[in-house]
Design a protein around this ligand. Structure first.
Ligand code: BTN
Length: 265
C-alpha cells in the first residue's frame, strides 16, 4: 500500500521519506503524537488501513474496519501562537474536500466543523490536536482524517447505518484509497503553505462547502440543548447562531456540538 501511495504522489511532493504505513494500528493520531514527542519532523504522516482505537472529538470512537477506509494523520510544526490556528480544522476540511474532489470526482460538504458529508450522511471526520511548548507557542499540530471508502450500508454498525456513507456508495464505483491518500497528502501540503497567510480565503472556501449554514440546528452543550439557526461563520471559523428570542451567540467547536433539527446534518 505504501508503494501505491508513493506512486500517486507528484514528483514535487516534499516529504516522501516521512510516510509511515501500518496495515493495522490503534490510532494513527495517537501513534503520530508519540513520534512527534520523539522529535518527528514537519510533514511526517502516519497512514493505516485499519484502526482498533480510532477516535474523534470527545472520545467518540471512529469506526475504522480493515480494508474499508483510509485513516491518515499528518504532522505540522507551524511557528506561531495557538490563537493563530483557530481556523485549522476548517482549513483541513477544505483540503480534504479538494482531495476527494480531485481523486473521486465528487465534492463532499462539511457539517460544521469537522464532519465530511455526502447526501446528508457522514463520509468521514477530522480530528485536529495541538501541543504547545512550555513558552505557550505551538510545538506541533496533528490533523487526523478518516474517510469511509468501500463500505455498503450493511457494513456499518446499526447505530450509525442510517447516518453514514462511503465514497463507493455515493460515487457508485470502486474507489482507490491509495490515490485518495496521496491526494490528501498533496492538498494538506498546499494547505500548509497558506495556513497563516490565507485565512480569509480559506474561510470563504469553507463557507461555500459548509452545509450547516442557513440550517435550523440544535446546539448541544452538555445536557443543555437549544434550537436556533446557523446564520454565519465568523473570521476565526466559529459558528454564529441566532435564537428565536432574538439573541445571537458565537460558538466554538470545542464547547458545543451541532445536530440538524430533523436528522444528523
Ligand atoms: C470525528 O468524526 O469526530 C473525527 C474522526 C477522526 C478520525 C480520524 S481517523 C485517523 C485519525 N486517527 C484517529 O484516531 N482519529 C482520526
Amino acid at each position: 500500500m505504501k508503494d501505491a501511495i508513493l506512486s500517486h504522489l507528484s514528483e514535487n511532493y516534499p516529504w516522501k521519506d516521512r510516510l509511515h504505513w501500518f496495515a493495522s494500528i490503534g490510532s494513527t493520531n495517537d501513534h503520530l503524537k508519540e513520534l512527534a514527542r520523539l522529535g518527528a519532523p514537519h510533514g511526517t504522516a502516519v497512514l493505516s488501513g485499519r484502526q482498533t482505537d480510532g477516535h474523534g472529538r470527545r472520545g467518540r470512537s471512529f469506526h475504522s474496519p480493515e480494508g474499508m477506509g483510509i485513516y491518515l494523520s499528518f504532522l505540522l510544526r507551524p511557528r506561531c501562537r495557538p490563537a493563530q490556528l483557530m481556523h485549522l480544522t476548517c482549513a483541513a476540511a477544505v483540503a480534504v474536500c479538494d482531495a476527494v474532489e480531485s481523486s473521486v470526482g465528487i465534492r463532499p460538504g462539511i457539517k460544521w466543523t469537522n464532519d465530511l458529508v455526502a447526501g446528508r450522511r457522514k463520509l468521514g471526520g477530522i480530528l485536529t490536536e495541538l501541543s504547545l511548548t512550555p513558552a505557550g507557542m505551538v510545538d506541533y499540530v496533528i490533523i487526523g482524517i478518516g474517510i469511509n471508502c468501500h463500505q455498503q450500508a450493511e457494513d456499518f454498525p446499526s447505530e450509525i447505518r442510517d447516518i453514514a456513507c462511503s465514497l463507493d456508495m455515493v460515487s457508485g464505483k470502486q474507489n482507490d484509497p491509495a490515490a485518495l491518500a496521496a491526494a490528501m497528502l498533496e492538498h494538506l501540503t498546499g494547505m500548509n503553505k497558506e495556513l497563516l497567510s490565507g485565512k480569509a480565503s480559506i474561510l470563504s472556501r469553507y463557507r461555500a462547502d459548509c452545509v450547516t449554514l442557513g440550517q435550523e440546528i440544535s446546539l448541544v452543550r452538555g445536557d443543555d440543548v437549544r434550537h436556533g439557526k446557523a446564520v454565519s461563520l465568523d473570521e476565526e471559523g466559529a459558528l454564529v447562531v441566532a435564537f428565536p428570542d432574538g439573541s445571537i451567540e458565537t460558538v466554538n467547536s470545542g464547547e458545543v456540538s451541532i445536530r440538524g433539527m430533523y436528522g444528523y446534518v
